[in-house]
Structures are given as structure tokens and as C-alpha cells.
Design a protein around this ligand. Structure first.
Ligand code: G2I
Length: 492
């Protein structure tokens, strides 16, 4: 795991330049045949990825994994792009179709492809109000909060060390003039759901950059002001956020805003990186080409605008194909927008400074812990109420626990595995005693009682039944030092 992690961080710093140089050299060789003149080849990239790499940036695309069998698609992907984002395959509905049952086959396929071709991976997205699995529809309050945190933890752990940047939270702000949060089932679990998601993601994959991602935030407006205030607050309180993604879906009605660059810059001034994450621009010909060029120039003008991702390869691959918003037409032929994008990249700009990987010791000790999960706005289902005091004492061999601890200076995440004995379980409760400096701040896949000292965790509706010899996991996050003693498990 550490090995993978190290390889990933390394990939973030040096290889893009190396790849650019190699690509340029290779291109130079092809272009001038045997009369090798390397000097000329050093300045101009002949692909989007190589040209972007000359300034230390990546040029990426969203990928639909089922198109990886299309040779034209894959040919362009491998030739032009140095980063990929799963269009749908890493979303909650795709990765956790049933509670705590994870399916990673499609996402894994994309990550393997990316690794084979030296591309980075942007993970999309850990927590979003859309494309949730159906089973979340009946959850609210603590149960939904815990399910979300478990999802973030499990998925980020699965991909640990292989993701350059995660869109941890997607599209959580409302459109229109309020500048406030969007109403959603996640928002109704309490305002602190976003920071809880970021803390869980950092604990699960300390090497990935953690980003907030949204649309209609590309210029300064009430919505981007709301995101800005959140990022400023997170930075001030040490909530682990490294970057903000600007989707940049532009149309005739909603063109590239005049203050696009200024808006990106004000976020950078808060201490985060910015990336353009789902770029597509409705239109055709020179007006579309000019808009692409403006976007690229804005990013290149900002040293901490570290990469651009378009939201697909050919117009026909787009989720809004009738807008013909991408760089290649349906045949895979380069459009004028491709040429203007490549030219803008080759015109150069600021160089991305060497990346400092995110801290491996997250939440600063000086920061107060997030408020504990607020009371659910709706009453949790009866199965999640705390154990009655009359619970029978544990019978020998009912179940066993093992605790794995991920701790840093000032905090920890504990993952507890409950394994059923020969009779199986219809409900379980795990008791343990925390060190005196520890406080539980978030729990997933269990209902907890107590946040300090002696605490207990009880199964919730979807993980109470455990077959003979089978296991289930729950977890919790806290400040202070993590549990060291034995956790006891009993039938409930
Ligand atoms: O909503 C458009 C984009 C806005 N920003 C976040 C992105 O994640 C989002 O991407 C699009 C995908 O490109 C579409 O492919 O998200 C859509 C859903 O909001 C995706 O569409 C869905 C269809 O709605 C489903 O019917 C389909 O099963 O794609 C699914 C997989 O093909």
C-alpha cells in the first residue's frame, strides 16, 4: 500500500515533464524523419497532454468505461490525454449498489488503463445528491450520515494511492441567489456533512488531493460566493480540502464569464489548487474555438490551476451531444476547438510549482473537532435505537471483533470487523473503552451510544444479520488517540 502511495505521489511531481519531453522528442523524430533536430521539438507539444505537460499541467477527459472497447475512442484517449475521470463508474450507485456491498470492476478497469498509460486519475465523486443507490432513499438522519461516511471511507480506501484527486463532494450548493446549500437528503443530515466527508476521505487516502466540485461557480456569483465562504472557513479551521473543481459547462446562454480567471484566482488565494473538471462548450467553428482558448489561457495564467479535464472525447460521447460541445467530432476528427486549445496550451503560461503532497497527518491538533453529528431531522428507524439495558450478556462464541486503526497526531479512524460465531447473528453490539483524551466525532454503519469513555456500537438495519462465520464492518472517527484495549462483541 505504501509502495503504491509513494508511486502515486511521485507521479504527481516529476513524470508529466518527463513525459512531455519524451513526447516532444518522439514527435520531433517523426516530424523531421532522420534529420533529427531536437531543439525545435522542445517547445511545442503536438498532443493536448504533451502541450499541457510543458507547463506542468495535465489535460484530461471523462471516460465512459464501456467505450474502452471502441478503438477510435481509445486511440484518441491514449494519444491525447494524461488524466482520466470516470464519467459514472465511481459514483455511489455504481460502487455500492447494496448497503456495504461494493462493486469496483468498472472503476478498477479505468484505473488500470490509466496506470498502464501513465495517466492520472481524478476520482468522481464520493458524495453527491444524485446517482445514489436506491437503498439510500429510505435513510435519513444519522443512518444516512453514517452510510455516506462509510461509502466515502470504503471507496477512498479501495483506491488509496491510485487517485490523484478526489471530487469528495459534488454540487452541494444551490443555484440562484441564495448562496446557500442545496436541499438534499445529505444536507438534511446536518450542515457539517461536507466537512465530515472530507475528514473521512483524508483518513482513508491521505495521499489524494481532496476537492469540492460544482457547476455554475465559474464566475463570481452568489453560488460561487457560497462555495468560496465554505472553502475559506474550511482552510481556517483545518478541514482537509486541497482543491476546488470548476465544471465549466458553457452554453450560448451561459458563456465563459468575463471574470472566469479572476474567480479561479480568488480561490487559489485561499490556499487551494483549482482545476477545470468537466469542460464542454456548446457550439461550433471559431466561436467555440475562441471560448476553449479563453478557458485554457485563464487556467495557464494561474500557476495553481493545475489541470483541465474535458467532459468526453467526441461530440457523440457527450452527455449533451446535441450541443456538439467537445474537441473531436463524431468521427474522431479534430475540430477547430481542438486546434485553438492546442495552440493556447503551446503558447504557455505560468508553470505549476512542484506539488507538495497533502499532509499525511491530517486534522491539525489545534482545530476543534467538528461538532458531533447533529440529531437527525427525522426519527431514525426503531432498529437503530440504543440497546435496552436488559440486553442479555454475551454468550460464548456469539461473535468476535478485530479493530484496525488509522491514527494521526490528534485523531483516528477505527474500522471494526464483527465476525459471527457458528450460530450467526440477528443483531450485534460492540463495547469498548476509549482512552481519556478521545472523543468520537462520526460513526458509520452502526448506531453509537456515548462519545467518550465506555462507548458501544449497535448494528443498524442493513448489517444486523450476519451469517455463521461471516463478517461485517463498521467504523468511527474521533479526536485524540484511538482505542487500544479489547473490543467485546455480543448478540443483541
Ligand atoms: O449531470 C451532468 C454532469 C454534471 N456534473 C457531474 C457529472 O457527474 C454529470 O455527469 C453526467 C454523466 O455524464 C451522465 O452520463 O451525469 C449524468 C447523470 O446525472 C449521467 O447520465 C446518466 C444517465 O442519467 C443514466 O440514465 C445512465 O444510466 O448516465 C447513466 C450511465 O450511462
Amino acid at each position: 500500500m505504501n509502495q503504491v502511495s509513494a508511486r502515486s505521489s511521485g507521479r504527481r511531481t516529476t513524470p508529466p515533464r518527463l513525459r512531455a519531453a519524451l513526447a516532444s522528442i518522439a514527435t520531433g523524430l517523426v516530424a523531421v524523419g532522420t534529420t533529427v533536430v531536437l531543439a525545435a521539438s522542445a517547445s511545442a507539444g503536438t498532443t493536448l497532454g504533451a502541450a499541457a505537460a510543458e507547463t506542468g499541467r495535465y489535460f484530461g477527459t471523462a471516460v465512459a468505461v464501456n467505450r474502452l472497447s471502441d478503438s477510435v475512442y481509445v486511440g484518441i484517449l491514449n494519444r491525447e490525454f494524461t488524466s482520466v475521470t470516470a464519467e459514472n463508474e465511481m459514483k455511489w450507485d455504481a460502487t455500492e449498489p447494496s448497503p456495504n456491498q461494493f462493486t469496483y470492476a468498472s472503476g478498477d478497469k479505468l484505473v488500470s488503463h490509466a496506470e498502464a498509460y501513465g495517466m492520472r486519475v481524478r476520482g468522481h465523486a464520493l458524495a453527491w445528491h444524485q446517482q445514489q443507490p436506491r437503498w439510500t432513499a429510505v435513510l435519513s438522519g444519522t443512518a444516512l450520515r453514517n452510510a455516506m461516511l462509510n461509502h466515502v471511507t470504503q471507496v477512498a480506501t479501495h483506491y488509496r494511492g491510485r487517485i490523484d484527486a478526489w471530487n469528495v463532494v459534488n454540487e452541494a450548493f444551490a443555484d440562484g441567489g441564495s448562496g446557500g446549500r442545496r436541499d438534499s437528503n445529505l444536507q438534511r443530515t446536518g450542515d457539517d456533512w461536507i466537512e465530515a466527508a472530507f475528514r473521512a476521505a483524508r483518513a482513508a487516502d491521505p495521499g489524494a488531493k481532496l476537492c469540492y466540485n460544482d457547476y455554475n461557480t465559474d464566475g463570481q456569483n452568489p453560488k460561487s460566493n457560497g462555495v468560496y465562504a465554505m472553502v475559506r472557513d474550511f482552510r481556517a479551521r483545518g478541514v482537509p480540502i486541497d482543491c476546488v473543481g470548476f465544471q465549466s459547462h458553457f452554453t450560448a446562454q451561459s458563456p465563459v464569464p468575463a471574470d472566469y480567471q479572476a474567480n479561479l484566482q480568488r480561490f487559489v488565494d485561499l490556499g487551494v489548487e483549482v482545476q477545470i473538471t468537466e469542460l464542454d462548450i456548446e457550439g461550433s467553428g471559431s466561436s467555440q474555438a475562441d471560448s476553449y482558448s479563453r478557458v485554457v489561457r485563464a487556467c495557464l495564467a494561474i500557476s495553481r490551476c493545475t489541470g483541465i479535464t474535458v467532459s468526453g472525447i467526441r461530440d457523440t460521447d457527450s452527455w449533451r451531444s446535441s450541443a456538439t460541445p467537445l474537441l473531436f467530432d463524431g468521427n474522431g476528427t479534430r475540430k477547430p476547438a481542438y486546434a485553438s486549445t492546442l495552440d493556447a496550451l503551446n503558447a504557455g503560461g505560468t508553470t505549476v510549482p512542484p506539488t507538495t503532497p497533502p499532509p499525511t497527518t491530517p486534522p491539525p491538533t489545534t482545530t476543534p473537532p467538528p461538532t458531533t453529528t447533529p440529531p437527525p431531522t427525522t426519527t431514525p428507524p426503531p432498529t437503530t435505537t440504543p440497546p435496552p439495558t436488559t440486553t442479555p450478556p454475551p454468550g460464548d462464541g456469539d461473535c468476535a471483533t478485530s479493530v484496525s486503526l488509522n491514527s494521526w497526531s490528534g485523531g483516528f479512524v477505527a474500522t471494526v470487523k464483527v465476525t459471527a460465531g457458528p450460530a450467526g447473528l440477528d443483531g450485534w453490539v460492540v463495547n469498548l473503552t476509549l482512552p481519556s483524551d478521545a472523543t468520537v466525532t462520526a460513526v458509520w454503519s452502526a448506531q453509537s451510544t456515548g462519545t467518550a469513555g465506555a462507548v458501544s456500537f449497535r448494528s443498524v438495519s442493513y448489517n444486523s444479520a450476519v451469517g455463521a462465520g461471516a463478517g461485517t464492518e463498521f467504523g468511527f472517527q474521533g479526536t485524540g488517540s484511538g482505542p487500544t484495549g479489547t473490543a467485546t462483541c455480543a448478540r443483541a
